[in-house]
Design a protein around this ligand. Sequence first.
Ligand SMILES: *[C@@H]1O[C@H](CO)[C@@H](O)[C@H](O)[C@H]1NC(C)=O
Ligand SMILES: *[C@@H]1O[C@H](CO)[C@@H](O)[C@H](O)[C@H]1NC(C)=O
Ligand SMILES: *[C@@H]1O[C@H](CO)[C@@H](O)[C@H](O)[C@H]1NC(C)=O
Ligand SMILES: *[C@@H]1O[C@H](CO)[C@@H](O)[C@H](O)[C@H]1NC(C)=O
Ligand SMILES: *[C@@H]1O[C@H](CO)[C@@H](O)[C@H](O)[C@H]1NC(C)=O
Ligand SMILES: *[C@@H]1O[C@H](CO)[C@@H](O)[C@H](O)[C@H]1NC(C)=O
Ligand SMILES: *[C@@H]1O[C@H](CO)[C@@H](O)[C@H](O)[C@H]1NC(C)=O
Length: 447
Amino acid sequence: MSYLCSIVVTRLLLLVVFSLSLTASNANSFESFLQLPRRPLRSTRTRPRSERLLHVGHFGAKGNGFTDDTKAFEDAWKTACSSKGKTRVLVPENYTSLVRPIDLSGPCKARLTLQISGTIIAPDDPDAWEGLNPRKWLYFHSVSRFTVEGGGTVNGMGQEWWRRSCKHNHSNPCRGAPTALTFHKCKNMRVENLSVIDSQQMHIAFTSCRRVTVSALKVIAPGSSPNTDGIHISASRGIVVDNSTVSTGDDCVSIVKNSSQISISNIICGPGHGISIGSIGKSKSWEEVKDVTVDTAFISDTANGVRIKTWQGGSGLVSKIIFRNINMNNVSNPIIIDQYYCDSKKPCANQTSAVSIEKISFVNVHGTSATKQAIKISCSDAMPCRDIVLQDIDLEPSKGDGYTESFCWEAYGSSSGQVYPPSCLSGDESFLEQSVRSGIITSVSYL
Ligand SMILES: *[C@@H]1O[C@H](CO)[C@@H](O)[C@H](O)[C@H]1NC(C)=O
Ligand SMILES: *[C@@H]1O[C@H](CO)[C@@H](O)[C@H](O)[C@H]1NC(C)=O
Ligand SMILES: *[C@@H]1O[C@H](CO)[C@@H](O)[C@H](O)[C@H]1NC(C)=O
Ligand SMILES: *[C@@H]1O[C@H](CO)[C@@H](O)[C@H](O)[C@H]1NC(C)=O
Ligand SMILES: *[C@@H]1O[C@H](CO)[C@@H](O)[C@H](O)[C@H]1NC(C)=O
Ligand SMILES: *[C@@H]1O[C@H](CO)[C@@H](O)[C@H](O)[C@H]1NC(C)=O
Ligand SMILES: *[C@@H]1O[C@H](CO)[C@@H](O)[C@H](O)[C@H]1NC(C)=O
């Protein structure tokens, strides 16, 4: 009885949260849901006296939205980066600066802040990238002790790129498009209180970074825009994403390539493809992603909820992943592990090697599923998934009176608490029995 009550209460709460996010079209309702800080912890207005302020206007930026401000940004960066004391580069509130693809690289001599209070826009014509790397727009390289903040907006003007995408027009070749903000080889940095919208492809990427905190980030692009991941984390360690909102046409967050110690919390996600570990193991690569926690997420109207996707033929390991306190609303594959991921025009051949997947927990996951199969754990015959935990799950159909079900293939683990749809995991003991019989286990160190 009390279980039934708690289901009713949970569904009512979900309904309230969802109708709030529906009726209040402005972002403020999101903020109140997440209780974003009203003031920055360290106010940008109380700038310490020792900090040098560089206004991009003093370097020739016009901020009128059509004059090319690229040179001014380059010059301001050069001055700031070689400055011996703390420096702040300011894009003021009333500026809209048109900036072409630009490399802003370190190492810089001292702590540096880029305060984007106004707007930075990309050229709207893809031809502006002719002869340049099509994957970069604002590219930060080898920066440490660097902060991006200011409450302003970075606008990728991606419409023409999307129109030409092979996902929208199949007669076009599949080519890469720019990531709006890339941080490569960064260390000890923060991104806070920033909007990144309509990127040509991914919105914000951290590649080979250490110790990064992202907070109060807002990423927005149409649900139909192709490959527009919100936050992409690759080959990085020690990344925290907190208090953020992502609505795009692809993954809200994607974590790939030898990344570890990643924490995603208080995130609102949707529309889009949900929160993904992967894809991993493409083109027979070896990759490892471990120690990832996703805690407190509201995921709505997405093609997946929380997902692990690996390609056949790859190798490596996905382990110690926790998805906890997740609210789903009308999500198409709320819980999904897919060792048969294939995102190519022709079907992928069956292969025997696979990225192994173990120690994955789904704890306190509630809400509604847009498809019958609310839990799908599809693992490879050669490399079954081990140590999967389902605890306190309630995923009801989003449309009225139906039911949901779970699907497992070569999936071993345990469940506890109330789990609906009922768990389909096989006990780890049966994994051992079967493995001993078929000789899969060569070492028992896992025990
Ligand atoms: C997220 O918001 C909470 C509540 O306002 C705040 O305490 C926390 O410091 C924020 N997280 C980050 C990383 O700034
Ligand atoms: C921004 O505001 C300042 C101060 O009011 C003014 O001098 C400047 O012309 C404005 N710039 C733009 C690009 O609107
Ligand atoms: C974001 O920046 C704006 C403009 O500087 C400021 O008014 C606002 O309080 C900041 N918000 C957060 C959450 O830091
Ligand atoms: C698709 O792309 C081809 C080649 O670039 C072009 O000729 C055609 O008009 C495009 N179709 C649409 C519907 O945009
Ligand atoms: C991951 O790291 C391993 C060993 O450190 C390396 O061999 C492998 O190429 C890396 N994988 C990727 C995709 O970078
Ligand atoms: C649920 O999601 C499906 C597919 O993503 C969408 O077509 C439908 O409109 C959504 N339903 C509601 C009630 O929002
Ligand atoms: C791969 O194996 C599955 C299951 O045995 C089978 O249904 C599927 O047709 C195979 N795919 C290919 C491309 O051979």
